[in-house]
Design a protein around this ligand. Structure first.
Ligand SMILES: [Zn+2]
Length: 344
């Protein structure tokens, strides 16, 4: 029996006090007299318990998902708001809350950290928060936002040396990053319908154009949401790499890049698993997230992605074990260590 590990969950159901405090923080950017103190945010353990037991944990139990790698709500990271100081305080609060969830439900949640990114600010500034989360909170991975501007793409590509200080720390601590944007403040891009999928696709193409993994052979990225448009257009990406005189994608990027299964219908999951090698696919649902409804054609929740893997006729039982558990333990070695300590 596999441990069913969902590598992509966010604390989208955090108690209301969090959002209220954030609204005051945002108001405080314009009017410093309104800036709330950290001590004014009060969230009791019972509030956290209630927010998890009735939501994520309930659905995990219904669907047979054992464990979720749990990070702060992605659309709320909103790195474009305020300056580094604002992002820094906000990231510290959100990361601590995910740590508390993991402490209250250690069997079911393991933290993944958000970074206090801010547009135009050297990513090196994120390292203290990142290391605190790994060291003190047991975070097994990070979420890295390739576009802290929120849909205006002002930072250099992910292959630029601008980002190297983060990569050096990822390698040092053996943690992967999920490439994950936040809310879009560009009206052209719907946050979860366009900006997220654009960013997944954009990140993958950046990695093809560069030679990042020559400099960091052990660096690992998860491109979420099934890899955006990439699996569907796999022939295009192979062909472009060829024209750019890059090595075959197998060696150029696919030792370092992984796609999750946040694809909300059976034909999409089947396409993913037809095109992308099993070793590069990690189970995930991003529940409770962008798409919360029930598919009228199946009667099931769109984001109940375990169902699609279970029903796959393309994957063998060994493949399914790799996707549900083994690949994730390989990509997140700190998770593997934690599970081994627990005798799993
Ligand atoms: Zn997400």
């Amino acid at each position: 029996m596999s441990i069913i590990i969902d590598c992509h969950g966010h604390y989208t159901t955090a108690p209301k006090q969090l959002e209220e405090w954030r609204n005051r923080q945002v108001a405080g950017i314009k009017d410093p007299s309104q800036m709330p103190k950290l001590s004014e945010l009060k969230i009791a353990d019972d509030d956290i318990r209630e927010s998890i037991v009735n939501n994520q944990l309930r659905l995990m139990k219904e669907r047979g998902n054992d464990m979720t790698l749990f990070s702060p709500r992605a659309s709320f990271m909103a790195h474009h708001i305020g300056d580094f100081e604002v992002s820094s305080t906000w990231a510290a609060i959100c990361n601590e809350l995910c740590h508390r969830v993991a402490q209250l439900f250690p069997e079911h949640f393991v933290p993944v950290a958000m970074l206090p990114q801010s547009p135009g600010v050297d990513p090196r500034t994120c390292i203290p928060e990142m290391e605190k989360c790994i060291r003190d909170y047991g975070a097994v991975g990070i979420n890295l936002n390739p576009d802290p501007s929120g849909g205006h793409w002002k930072e250099p590509p992910l292959t630029d040396k601008w980002w190297y200080p983060i990569y050096e720390k990822m390698v040092e601590h053996d943690v992967p990053a999920m490439i994950h944007v936040s809310t879009s403040c560009n009206a052209c891009f719907h946050t979860t319908g366009a900006h997220y999928i654009n960013a997944d696709t954009t990140a993958f193409m950046q990695l093809i154009q560069g030679d990042l993994f020559k400099d960091f052979p052990t660096l690992r990225f998860i491109v979420p949401h099934g890899g955006g448009a990439v699996p569907y257009h796999w022939g295009r990406y192979r062909g472009l790499a060829q024209e750019m005189k890059k090595p075959l994608l197998d060696t150029h990027v696919m030792n370092n890049v992984f796609f999750d299964t946040c694809v909300y219908h059976q034909p999409g999951i089947d396409l993913l698993n037809t095109v992308i090698p099993v070793k590069n696919v990690l189970f995930a649902s991003e529940m409770i997230g962008a798409v919360r409804g029930i598919d009228p054609t199946t009667g099931n929740y769109y984001d109940d992605t375990k169902r699609y893997i279970d029903a796959s006729t393309i994957l063998t039982p060994e493949d399914k074990h790799a996707i549900f558990e083994a690949n994730t333990r390989r990509v997140f070695p700190r998770l593997d260590t934690l599970l081994k300590k627990r005798g799993k």
